[in-house]
Design a protein around this ligand. Structure first.
Ligand code: BGC
Length: 741
């Protein structure tokens, strides 16, 4: 007779199936076959007002300024607790675009792999570099238990002195938007929700809490907002972070015009708006478009309350308008959590293959190296170079990084830390951190037959005396940057210009490697043999530098930001409000350049920069021909690229608009990064985003292409064109594309 009692395994299975069935019936939002919208709506309807309130505010989770880390938080930028009854996971939130941060060492000794700076990634002009970097840091975040990264900084570099340019992707909306979008896509591929930031016009750190960016809607739409729009379309970030600054007099996190009218209504953004830490000034921010208040201890400390807690609850209890809005806020948060897969793919603490991560960072750094000067083929270094003097930059210890919320420290700890001192809110963050990848060590590995000596460069006379006996001198120059501070000018600090000058006077074969947050001036340029911009090159930076100097890597980076010849060339020769308090209520007039940021300003003013946007040399050369424009919609442009040099290399042919009906107007329209062997040719086809041929018509709230002749230029940079074409376009008006899926 058959045993009719089920086995324990069958019993367990039956139990699980019954439970799942019961759960699916009672908690239908857990059914992943339903759309994110549907699931969020179902879940939202099940929440009481108090429970909705719990979804829309979160504390800071770092032990700074005397604040404690909330229970249940892993420790990093922020935390929103779980709702275990409903199966809603906690939000474990970490900074930022360059890797997993560990502020104030809140998770003792838990480092992450630092990517190169955003400007370095942008200099690769390779969307895959941004995607792979995002995927790597997203994976590390997930493996440490985080499901939100405050990543995808896309503020345009309107000022080369901006202390946070290193976190962003340069001065052009198409380039920055594309790269930020790919970065976000990579992060979210790991089921880590990415928060694009800082919306919008958070373009200088001086007076960052109080300054008002004064700019008209047309200029705004064609510049900084376009960068956000492109990045959101491409990356589909779950959240948008509103900035500290004001825009046209109103704080970005209170700015209904930006958050509601433009982001949510005009563009159709369906994710949620997250406040920056300490940027909600009152409960009305909820009515102005903010969906979640983060870093709440800071709001309480600075402005007196946690506004999206008791004050918002009180309003929602009394007022239907607030009640409806609260429902929408928590529903938006939940929708993005479903959409990015936070329910189905909760982070699992998993060992990380840091060697694999470092390889991703090194690859990015290699693609971001920009060779700015190479007289008489000084580079690559060859086997004949026997005596090399390496000077300065703590190149024996590692490569420099920049500070602030995006600071990442490697798992093994920093190679070198130099506190810079000072007082105030950010005093504890004011540390210069070198990642461990030493360029000196890497050069010795790449050139085992050379005699390589190091001099720290503190005494330029001593370094110059040693330089006389070297075949080649490689000097490392550094410029440290930090969130909340802009630089005063573009000078290399601490007498480094004098050092480079002395070295170049002593030895004509002086090669300068720059580890800087952005553009600097180069009074010694003409005396040097070569200059390579290495930015902050991240975890594999030393190796990337050595491999590029020695020709294992053929440099393929192109500048994502103009290097001015002189501060007088800038729309604002002095940083407005420099040296004043961070909450100073100043106006910064961005209508001066309007949408003509960076190279567009230089073209409009007809002035020559030190190095133009898009510029970068290679160890080989490329030729372009066969430029063809087809009047399709969108416009199709094709051309051929040939490697006419002797080495394999990657090139970045760039297509620009140079004139519109009735006016000269420069805009990057497209590019491609391709690798070609010596002698190889390839045909490239680009499709032009119609917004780049249009003006934004504020009155009609749509893009408008004027009928008439458009001039296009194909070239190596924003100032070096090899081929031009004209095309007549008919009038065309069109609305914004919808940014969210
Ligand atoms: C920064 C943000 C950062 C946040 C959380 C703020 O000071 O502006 O970029 O994500 O802190 O650390």
């Amino acid at each position: 007779m058959k045993n009719r009692i089920p086995s324990s395994a069958t019993m367990l299975l039956t139990l699980i199936m019954t439970n799942t069935h019961v759960l699916a019936a009672s908690q239908p939002w857990l059914d992943s076959d339903k759309s994110s919208d549907h699931r969020a709506k179902l879940l939202q309807q099940d929440l009481t007002l108090e429970e909705q309130i719990r979804r829309v505010h979160g504390e800071m989770a770092m032990p700074i300024l005397g604040f404690t880390v909330p229970d249940g938080a892993i420790g990093s930028a922020g935390f929103v607790p779980a709702d275990t009854t409903r199966g809603i996971p906690a939000l474990q939130i970490t900074d930022a675009s360059l890797g997993v941060a560990n502020p104030a060492n809140v998770r003792p000794g838990d480092g992450g792999t630092p990517l190169p700076s955003g400007l370095s990634s942008a200099a690769s002009w390779n969307p895959k570099v941004a995607y792979d970097g995002g995927q790597m840091i997203g994976h590390e975040a997930w493996s440490k238990g985080f499901n939100v990264m405050l990543a995808g900084g896309v503020n345009l570099a309107r000022d080369p002195r901006n202390g946070r340019n290193f976190e962003y992707f340069g001065e052009d909306p198409l380039l920055a938007g594309t790269m930020a979008g790919e970065n976000i896509k990579g992060i979210q591929s790991q089921h880590v929700l990415s928060t694009i930031k800082h919306f919008a016009m958070n373009d200088q750190e001086t007076a960052r809490m109080g300054m008002s960016a004064v700019i008209g809607e047309r200029s705004l739409s064609e510049s900084d907002l376009l960068a956000f729009q492109i990045a959101i379309e491409r990356g589909q970030p779950g959240a948008v972070m509103c900035g500290y600054n004001r825009v046209n007099g109103i704080h970005a996190c209170d700015n209904a015009d930006l958050l509601q009218r433009i982001l949510k209504d005009r563009w159709g953004y369906r994710g949620f708006v997250m406040s920056d830490w300490g940027s909600v000034h009152g409960v009305e921010a909820a009515m102005h478009g903010v969906d979640i208040e983060m870093g709440t201890q800071l709001d309480k400390w600075l402005f007196g309350d946690v506004f999206f807690e008791k004050p918002l609850l009180a309003k929602a209890e009394q007022d239907q308008v607030y009640r409806t809005r609260l429902g929408e806020m928590s529903q938006r948060v939940l929708r993005s959590m479903f959409d990015v897969g936070l329910f189905e793919h909760p982070p699992v603490k998993t060992p990380i293959d840091y060697a694999a991560s470092k390889a991703v960072a090194q690859q990015a750094a290699e693609e971001g190296m920009v060779l700015l000067r190479n007289e008489k083929h000084a580079l690559p270094l060859n086997g004949a170079t026997k005596k090399i003097l390496v000077v300065g930059g703590n190149a024996d210890k590692g490569v420099l990084s920049a500070a602030g919320s995006s600071q990442v420290v490697e798992p093994e700890g920093a190679g070198l830390v130099i506190p810079t001192g000072g007082e105030g809110q950010f005093a504890s963050l004011r540390e210069m951190v070198w990642h461990r990848s030493s360029p000196l060590k890497a050069l010795k590995e790449e050139l085992p037959d050379a005699v390589i000596t190091f001099n720290d460069g503190r005494n330029s006379g001593e370094a110059a005396a040693l330089a006389k006996n070297a075949d080649v001198v490689i000097v490392f120059a550094t410029q440290w940057m930090m969130e909340s501070y802009d630089t005063y000018d573009l000078e290399l600090p601490s007498g480094q210009n004098g050092l480079i000058d002395a070295l170049a006077s002593a030895n004509a074969k002086t090669i300068v490697v720059l580890e800087t947050g952005g553009p600097i001036s180069m009074p010694w340029l003409n005396k040097t043999a070569a200059v390579m911009q290495a930015w902050y090159p991240g975890a594999g930076g030393g190796k990337a530098i050595a491999r590029t100097l020695t020709g294992k890597v053929n440099p393929s980076g192109r500048l994502p930001i103009t290097f001015p010849a002189d501060l007088k060339q800038l729309p604002r020769p002095v940083v407005p409000g420099f040296g004043g308090p961070e909450n100073a209520k100043i106006d910064v007039d961005y209508n001066i350049e309007g949408a003509d940021v960076g190279y567009k300003w230089f073209a409009r003013k007809n002035i020559n920069p030190l190095f133009p946007f898009g510029f970068g040399l290679s160890y080989t050369q490329f030729k372009y021909d066969g430029l063809k424009v087809e009047k399709t919609s969108p416009l199709t442009v094709s051309f051929n690229v040939t490697n006419i040099g002797k080495l394999t290399g990657q090139d970045v042919p760039q297509l620009y608009l140079t004139g519109m009906p009735g006016r000269a107007q420069q805009r990057l329209l497209g590019w491609n990064k391709i690798e070609l062997r010596a002698g190889e040719s390839r045909s490239i086809t680009l499709q032009v985003d119609s917004r780049l041929l249009a003006d934004f018509d504020v009155k009609a709230q749509r893009w408008s292409v004027a009928p008439g002749a458009y001039a296009l230029g194909l070239g190596h940079s924003a100032t070096e064109f090899v081929s031009q074409r004209h095309v007549d376009l008919p009038k065309q008006d069109f609305a914004d594309p919808v940014v969210s899926r």
